[in-house]
Ligand binder design. Structure first.
Ligand SMILES: C[S@@+](CC[C@H](N)C(=O)[O-])C[C@H]1O[C@@H](n2cnc3c(N)ncnc32)[C@H](O)[C@@H]1O
Length: 341
């Protein structure tokens, strides 16, 4: 029976658990860090079977998983903890020789684990090198995951792709570039990676709810022409950009010729049903097969129901490609849709 450590955005673990319960009725789940991290016992399924099923029907609110290869009692002694990490590395030694291994260490706030993440990595790195592995931060062949909970230390070895994200706990970090127009830009950068959708492949984007211009600035940097719609002002660093047209209007009032855009992005802070109506009305302005990246604001008490209702509406004009709560999403999820031909 396979066990996994699973992580969702703060406060959203109950929804990830509900999704998993619906998809895999036999599983058992228990909380480790409230609202965020939990343990899943995957019933009869083997680790490989469960990962395959999970990737086929990826839960919206599940950010990260790793399989538990060993569970040890938690200790506040650095010596004992380093020995537990070394024991696990030896257990999986045959997989490590000549391979690139990333070590990812996280702990629950209630854990007595005696290391910081960096110290935990430093404690196990020499052992991995001795076993013939190259210790790396990114582009690893294997990820050695460590999660320190209140009572247990969970350790696992898995392929980056099988964890749903190759970042520790799915916490995607971007370099904080000087002069970033808004933190919202991270959402689009993360969507580009998560949906494997290179933004530079688009010619002309319609950005609804664009101000102050974080998403617009990412698109302009990728060489995409942008028509930005927002009654609010755009950041002054963008105003003279030759590829930007800003319409200071409500998105409900704008009209465009058919097929004007091959990308629509929308991060409008409005009721998600209104947003859906506006995006649907503007669908003819998109070319056949055009993509849309839209944040769905979860302002109602039943997020799963809200998402289900909205997707049913979006499906009238769009094919739904992916629905995911990204690390940079707060009370929202991001969808990638394609305009039906
Ligand atoms: C979260 S901000 C968008 C941030 C933007 N994506 C960025 O990267 O800087 C939401 C924006 O939606 C705009 N908005 C809300 N309702 C709108 C509407 N009906 N039409 C156009 N823009 C709207 C607001 O003025 C606000 O600037």
């Amino acid at each position: 029976m396979a066990d996994f450590i699973a992580t969702a955005n703060p406060g959203f673990a109950p929804f990830a658990m509900e999704e998993l319960r619906r998809s895999f009725p036999g599983i058992q789940q228990s909380g480790l860090a409230p609202g965020e991290t939990f343990k899943v016992s995957a019933g009869e399924a083997s680790e490989e079977e469960w990962v395959a099923l999970l990737k086929k029907k990826e839960p919206i609110f599940l950010r990260h998983v790793f399989p538990v290869g060993a569970e040890e009692p938690i200790s506040d002694s650095q010596e004992e903890t380093a020995a537990a990490l070394a024991r696990f590395a030896s257990l999986v030694a045959d997989k490590l020789k000549g391979k690139k291994v990333a070590v990812q260490v996280r702990k629950s706030p209630s854990s007595i684990f005696p290391f910081s993440s960096a110290e935990g990595r430093d404690a196990v790195a020499p052992v991995l090198r001795e076993l013939g592995a190259e210790v790396t931060a990114r582009d690893a062949d294997w990820i050695l995951s460590v999660y320190a909970a209140k009572r247990s230390l969970y350790l696992g070895l898995s392929r980056p792709d099988d964890n749903l994200s190759d970042w520790p706990g799915g916490a995607v970090r971007f370099r904080r570039d000087e002069g970033l127009v808004s933190r919202a830009a991270f959402k689009l950068l993360e969507a580009e990676k998560a949906f494997n959708l290179p933004l530079k492949s688009f010619m002309h984007a319609l950005d609804l709810g664009a101000a102050p211009g974080g998403w617009t600035s990412v698109l302009l940097e990728r060489g995409v022409k942008v028509t930005a719609v927002d009654p609010a002002e755009m950041d002054e660093s963008l105003l003279l950009h030759p590829h930007l047209r800003h319409l200071r209007k409500n998105a409900a009032e704008v009209k465009f010729a058919p097929g004007s855009f091959d990308l629509l992005v929308c991060d409008m802070s409005w009721d998600p049903h209104h947003t859906c109506r506006i995006v649907s009305e503007l669908a003819p302005a998109l070319s056949a097969g055009a993509s849309g990246i839209i944040t769905l604001k979860l302002m109602y008490r039943k997020p799963m129901q809200t998402i289900q209702d909205l997707l049913a509406e979006y499906k009238k004009h769009f094919e739904i490609r992916k629905v995911k709560q990204l690390f940079h999403n707060r009370e929202e999820v991001t969808i990638w849709v394609k305009r039906r031909p």
